[in-house]
Design a protein around this ligand. Structure first.
Ligand code: ADP
Ligand code: MG
Length: 656
């Protein structure tokens, strides 16, 4: 990418010069003044500092430098003329500035006419060097606009060259607020160009994918029909709709790449099972990959109760299997004897080969990196399998239109009937006794309870210790309850035993770390306590809360917190109290954190937009998307030129 697209992050106004007298009236403001040094000395008490006095005939300013080099002291020797920029304060010594920016100047040296750009400089480059390099690049690039004039005009966007020139050298009369907030037409134009490049690159990737062959899984047959009639419930309208979308994709001869979104508890698993049934009906294998062993296990059990009675042969593959069982599973996958394979990351190990893989389903897709999903996709023998990704982290509209523009999206926007909303309460840690009493009461009524222990990011060992201590404390204060403990370090078999005991209702209280965050489904659990809720992220809290409210009993989620709460933590907790709508939570999470963190480093990778702000610039995203579509069909050469300008040789925005 050309250096001219390395745009300032902010500007400094050095176009104005105040007299010291006038500057003295502006305490707290950043001002620029000029004067001659009348005194320069190093003080040692109360601490070592360089004190320089500057005067211009209207007033006197003291400058203080706590860390300084000898060369600085000589630059500011008595008699030197200095131009100084910094925050004006009224201090002990009268008017003063601490660590101002200082330059020696000749008397009458002209002031700059443009605002001074400050560039992002991660590589340790100085601003001066960057400014020079960029100014130099501006004399050399071909300024030709990649978009024709009539398009710029119809969108009311500034043409490329004036926009870029203005951003590097804004005239002093520019609307500084619009510049700072990036709503100035020059910024809008650049942001639009960036978004357009991203849309074009993703749409091209999508088109390239369509060139690859996939097995056309054209008919839903006997298995699908009997599965539908064997289910203990009927599908919701939303489930039927997304299923129809998936089926249409499966019957095409190019790979499906569909994201199935549905809030926690909306019933994605059964949709996945029905998609798998269609693949099996057509003589292919289907694989379902889940991010944790607990979740994979639970899928396996649930789907097995539906599918095994119908004659489907399933295989189970996770890292913790004994070698013999693993070999056995691999052999059945390779021979094609097993048609439905469920497991964890183990499924994407090199030594796993599928006989006829037709469909790959990835649950909680945001937990996996792009490469992990790709590896499973490459397990097709002579064609690419269809891919269904499922996520309970709803992706706000703007993100879906940008980072996921190359995916087709289906949304389950309705919960199965008979759910009761979860009541959420915030409770201070001081009232822990009341919470314990609540747990007791729920258990006496035959309900089950989750108690989630705090996340301790710095140390997994500490997290385990806390979970164990909480387990012991709660067991002691609730001696008549059957209490279990589950955490990430348990042996898989032990983990499984605890989860099963809880599922069967043998345990009444389950103390857990966040291992239970995703997918765990025990409808009789109706109370969730989250300790130190202030340490969790929003989507995590939403996922955890989604573990209750799955049955018909009234459910509650108690968010215990340790005050005093910081601003963001307070905001997060009140969002949790105000809404249970996953989309609303995701939208507000995005606003709180920005897309980089929201998506997680793995998802966004290099693909971050540098200039556009998805929250504020939604309308630009929409315009860019429409134009991208239009260019690709009507003027592909413009699309190519535009991509070349923004991406150069590397297809930055391309995601798989
Ligand atoms: P998620 O979308 O969070 O993965 P699940 O697939 O685990 O949700 O479904 C949550 C619960 O709802 C499960 O117990 C599932 O069997 C049940 N369920 C799914 N679809 C329906 C439906 N149409 N009617 C009633 N219950 C359903
Ligand atoms: Mg699920």
């Amino acid at each position: 990418m050309s250096l001219v697209l390395h745009l300032p992050m902010r500007y400094e106004d050095e176009t104005q010069l105040l007299s010291l007298h006038a500057a003295s009236m502006k305490p707290g403001m950043v001002v620029q003044v000029e004067g001659v040094v009348s005194d320069c000395e190093v003080q040692f008490r109360p601490r070592r500092q360089l004190m320089v006095k500057l005067s211009d005939g209207t007033g006197m300013l003291t400058m203080r430098f706590l860390n300084f080099y000898g060369s600085q002291a000589s630059q500011m020797a008595v008699g030197k003329r200095l131009r100084v920029r910094g925050e004006m304060r009224h201090g002990f010594f009268g008017d003063e500035m601490v660590h101002p920016t200082v330059r020696s100047v000749e008397q009458g040296a002209p002031l700059p006419e443009a605002l001074t750009p400050v560039y992002p400089s991660g590589e340790g480059l100085s601003q001066t060097l960057l400014r020079k390099a960029i100014a130099n690049a501006m004399t050399r690039i071909a300024w030709q606009d990649s978009l024709p004039e009539h398009i710029r005009e119809s969108l009311k966007l500034m043409p490329f060259e004036p926009a870029i020139r203005l951003l590097h050298n804004p005239p002093s009369e520019v609307d500084e607020l619009a510049l700072a907030e990036r709503t100035h037409p020059a910024w809008l134009s650049v942001k639009f160009d960036e978004l357009l490049a991203q849309q074009l690159s993703m749409k091209r990737a999508q088109a390239a994918r369509r060139q690859q062959g996939a097995p056309a899984l054209a008919h839903a047959g006997a298995l699908t029909a009997s599965l539908l009639s064997a289910l203990p419930f009927s599908l919701t309208a939303a489930q039927r709709r997304v299923l129809a979308e998936i089926r249409a994709d499966l019957s095409a001869a190019f790979p499906m790449q569909r994201l199935l979104q549905g809030d926690v508890g909306s019933g994605k698993t059964v949709v996945a099972a029905l998609a798998a049934a269609q693949a099996i009906d057509c003589g292919y294998q289907a694989a379902l990959m889940a991010p944790t062993e607990i979740l994979a296990e639970q899928h396996f059990r649930k789907i097995a109760t539906w599918m095994e009675p119908l004659g489907v042969t399933m295989a189970w593959l996770t890292g913790s299997l004994k070698k013999r069982d693993k070999d056995d599973a691999r052999a059945r996958i390779e021979s094609g004897a097993a048609t439905l394979v469920i497991g964890t990351h183990a499924l994407i190990q090199q030594d796993v080969e599928f006989a006829r893989l037709g469909l790959v389903i990835v649950d909680e897709q945001h937990r996996f990196g792009v490469t992990q999903r790709l590896t499973l996709r490459n397990k097709g023998v002579d064609s690419v399998p269809h891919q269904l990704m499922m996520s309970a982290t709803p992706i706000p509209r703007t993100l879906a239109m940008t980072y996921f523009a190359d995916l087709d999206v289906s949304v389950i926007d309705e919960l199965p009937p008979g759910r009761t909303p979860v009541v959420t309460r915030l409770i201070s840690q001081d009232r822990r006794d009341e919470v314990v009493e609540r747990v007791h009461a729920a258990a006496r009524e035959g309900r089950q309870v989750y108690w989630v222990c705090p996340l301790i990011e710095e140390s997994e060992a500490l997290q385990l210790q806390t979970a164990t201590e909480t387990f012991e404390r709660l067991s002691a204060s609730l001696p008549d309850l059957r209490v279990g403990l589950v955490h990430g370090r348990l042996k898989p078999a032990d983990k499984q035993n605890v989860m099963e005991a809880f599922s069967r209702g043998e345990l009444q209280l389950l103390v857990a770390t966040t291992v239970i965050e995703v997918g765990v489904d025990v409808p009789n659990a109706s109370l969730m306590v989250i300790e130190h809720a202030e340490r969790f992220g929003l989507s995590q809290l939403h996922q955890l809360r989604g573990r209750v409210g799955r049955g018909s009993a009234a459910s509650a989620c108690l968010l215990m917190y340790q005050g005093p709460l910081g601003g963001v933590a307070k905001e997060r907790l009140s969002i949790m109290r105000e809404t249970a709508d996953g989309f609303e939570i995701a939208r507000r999470d995005l606003a709180l954190r920005g897309p980089g963190e929201f998506l997680g480093a793995r998802q966004s990778g290099e693909a971050m937009l540098r200039f556009a702000d998805l929250e504020k610039d939604q309308w630009l995203v929409e315009k860019a998307r429409d134009l991208a579509q239009q260019l690709l069909t009507e003027a592909p050469e413009i699309a190519t030129a535009h991509l070349a300008r923004w991406l150069g040789a590397k297809e930055d925005y391309l995601r798989v």
